[in-house]
Design a protein around this ligand. Structure first.
Ligand code: CP
Length: 309
C-alpha cells in the first residue's frame, strides 16, 4: 500500500495503523534526504500550501514551512494576530479568500476543537490539523512515535507514560491514539484534577504516583501545564506541582533503568522538567524537533499524492 486511507489529516483517531506505518516509513526516507548536502526535492512543485495559524506556534509552524520548502512547494503564511480576523472576518470567509488564490493544501492551527474537521467539510483543499484546541495534534504524535522508534525499535509492547496536564492536552490524546495503534501500553500520570474521567475508557491506566509511573515505563513524555487553557485553579501552586510531578535529575538517576525523556515543547524549565534533565543524554527533545520536519514532509507528500474521492 502506498497511499493513505484519508484525504485530510484531521486526527490520529481517523487514520489506520497502516497509515501511521506508511507515514513513519516515508519519513525515514525524507530524513535521509534532509541530511544530504542538497536537501531539496521537487515532489511538491506546483503545489501551493497555506499555513494558517490562529494560535501561537514556534515549532509546528516553522517545521511545516521548512518541510514544504524542502519539497519545493509554494508557501504562504497567515497569522490571525495581524489579519482581517481582527476585523470580524469568519473562519470560512478567511479560508475561502485564501483558497481563491488557488491554494491546494491548508495547514491550520486553531483554538477550537473540531476546527480542522469543520474546514474539511466546507472547503476544497486538503486539510492538515496542526492542533485544534485541546483535541488533537496529529503530526506531533507522529513525530513522537518516529522519535521513540529511533530509540527503541519496534514499539509493540513498549511502555509509555504521559505526565502532566492531560485534560488540556491535544498532544496527549493524539499520542494515546497513535501509540495504542502501534501496540504500545500507555499510562497517564498527574494530579487527578488534570486527568479527564473518560481516559480509562480509552484503555489508558491512571498512575497518580510519578515514581511508580517512571519505574514502569520505557519512555516518559513530560507535558507542559497549559495555564492559558485553565479557567480555574486545578492545583494549589506551580511549586507544589513541580515537587510532585516535575522530573529532576536525582529522580531520573535513581530509576532502575535508563528511560527515554521526551517533551513536545515549549518547555517550562523548572516546572515539569528541570534543565539538567531537559539537557541530559536521556532527553530526545531536540531529536523530536529535527524529526518533525521529516514527518511533516511525509504527511504533505502522501496527502498531495491522493485525489479527492
Ligand atoms: N509542540 C508544539 O506544538 O509546539 P508549538 O506550539 O511551538 O508549535
Amino acid at each position: 500500500m502506498s497511499h493513505l486511507s484519508v484525504n485530510h489529516l484531521l486526527g490520529i483517531k481517523q487514520i489506520t495503523k497502516q497509515d501511521i506505518e506508511l507515514i513513519l516509513s516515508t519519513a525515514q526516507n525524507f530524513k535521509e534526504v534532509i541530511n544530504r548536502p542538497i536537501k531539496k526535492v521537487p515532489s511538491l512543485r506546483d503545489i501551493t500550501v497555506a499555513n494558517l495559524f490562529f494560535e501561537n506556534s514556534t515549532r509546528t509552524r516553522l517545521s511545516f514551512e521548512l518541510a514544504q520548502k524542502r519539497l519545493s512547494a509554494d508557501v504562504i503564511n497567515f497569522s490571525a494576530s495581524n489579519s482581517s480576523v481582527k476585523k470580524g472576518e469568519t473562519l470560512v470567509d478567511t479560508v475561502n479568500n485564501i483558497l481563491a488564490m488557488k491554494v491546494d493544501m491548508v495547514v491550520m492551527r486553531h483554538a477550537s476543537p473540531g476546527a480542522a474537521l469543520f474546514l474539511a467539510k466546507r472547503v476544497k483543499a486538503k486539510i492538515i490539523n496542526a492542533g485544534d484546541g485541546a483535541h488533537e495534534h496529529p503530526t506531533q504524535a507522529l513525530l513522537d512515535a518516529f522519535s521513540m522508534q529511533e530509540q527503541l525499535g519496534d514499539l509493540k509492547g513498549k511502555k509509555v507514560v504521559i505526565v502532566g496536564d492531560i485534560l488540556h492536552s491535544r498532544v496527549a490524546l493524539s499520542n494515546i491514539f497513535c501509540l495504542q495503534k502501534l501496540g504500545v501500553k500507555v499510562k497517564v500520570c498527574g494530579p487527578l484534577t488534570l486527568i479527564p474521567r473518560y481516559i480509562t475508557s480509552l484503555g489508558v491506566e491512571v498512575e497518580p504516583n510519578l515514581r511508580k509511573a517512571l519505574e514502569w515505563c520505557d519512555v516518559a513524555n513530560m507535558l507542559r501545564i497549559q495555564l492559558e487553557r485553565q479557567d480555574i485553579k486545578y492545583f494549589p501552586s506551580l511549586r507544589e506541582y513541580s515537587m510532585l510531578y516535575g522530573l529532576d535529575k536525582p529522580m531520573l538517576d535513581s530509576l532502575p533503568k535508563k528511560i527515554v525523556v521526551m517533551h513536545p515543547g515549549p518547555i517550562n524549565r523548572g516546572v515539569e522538567i528541570t534543565s539538567d534533565v531537559a539537557d541530559s543524554s536521556q532527553s530526545i527533545i531536540l531529536d523530536q524537533v529535527e524529526n518533525g520536519v521529516a514527518v511533516r514532509m511525509a504527511v504533505l507528500f502522501l496527502l498531495a499524492g491522493r485525489q479527492n474521492d
